[in-house]
Ligand binder design. Structure first.
Ligand SMILES: [Zn+2]
Length: 284
């Protein structure tokens, strides 16, 4: 089956991923780095870990909304600080991780199949990091890159004690990427039609629920970052068409519009049905 490589367009005004954005500022600045200098040409990497958690959550939700259950992300024998939370999760569309492997379906539930679970079993979808650069002309979208502008944000922690009159206690700095727009590259080690069906639905779900706290990207949500516009880029596009999507000066070609229709009618419907079938089978 084709479609072993697909791209998700990700756009956000501000992304703060706790402290895990890696930058090349030391290298790029020759030791003269100034946070406030607009000439900073700093690029970096958004690690796959946060992106993966965000996508997984969208996929879990998609399966659950269709009445299915998925592997709980935590180990079933873990010492959950709040036993009640785990039990509540099991009632809300999760089964203990790996329970789905106990019947004849060796692949387990679709989430287990995609994300893996035990020891060296890696899962069939490979999530890559996104490399970003502020220099648009050097961004290669067909390699899963993005335009993005590194920012260092200052945050004042003030005293909550009324007599202190909001006296600043300390100052923290956060790494962030502003005005991110790019393509996230996902590769399937093995493609199944239901994987693509689930991916398409999950991305749509995440886009629709982008302002829900639960479905924001990154670890600093209270800070207003992580509201993401996302869409699955048409897997029928050739490289030059994928590049064109990001060119603000150019619209879709007729050929691209035709592919939109072709994707919807000749592929996506079938993939979505495959997902339904798999979820029904898991129920039996
Ligand atoms: Zn499972």
């Amino acid at each position: 089956m084709q479609f072993s490589d697909v791209f998700v367009r990700i756009r956000t005004d501000l992304l703060v991923i706790s402290d895990s954005i890696m930058t090349d500022r030391h290298h790029a600045s020759n030791g003269n780095y100034e946070d406030s200098d607009p000439q900073n040409q700093i690029g970096g990497i958004i690690p796959a870990f946060s992106l993966s958690g965000w996508l997984r959550h969208g996929m879990e939700k998609t399966v659950q909304e269709r009445g299915g259950t998925v592997c709980h992300p935590g180990e079933s024998n873990a010492n959950f600080r709040k036993e009640g939370v785990y039990i509540r999760d099991l009632d809300a569309g999760y089964h203990p991780k790996g329970d789905c492997l106990e019947d004849d379906q060796t692949d387990g539930c679709v989430i287990h199949d995609l994300f893996g679970g035990f020891g060296n079993q890696p899962g069939k979808v490979m999530r890559r990091p996104i490399q970003f650069s502020p220099v648009r002309s050097s961004v290669d979208y067909t390699r899963g890159q993005a335009e993005g502008h590194y920012r260092r944000l200052n945050r004042n922690i003030v005293s909550r004690n009324e007599e202190d009159n909001r006296e600043p206690l300390r100052n923290t700095e956060l790494d962030a990427v502003a005005n991110l727009d790019g393509a996230w590259h996902l590769s399937f080690r093995e493609v199944k039609p239901e994987f693509i069906g689930l991916l398409a639905e999950a991305i749509e779900y995440l886009d629709l629920h982008q302002t829900d706290f639960m479905h924001q990207l990154g670890g600093a949500r209270n800070f207003g970052g992580g509201i993401v516009d996302c869409e699955l880029l048409n897997p029928l596009y050739e490289e030059h068409e994928l590049q064109r999507v990001f060119d603000r000066k150019k619209g879709n070609t007729n050929e691209m519009d035709n592919k939109k229709k072709e994707w919807q009618e000749e592929y996506l419907d079938e993939f979505t049905s495959a997902l339904s079938e798999r979820l029904e089978k898991a129920h039996e």
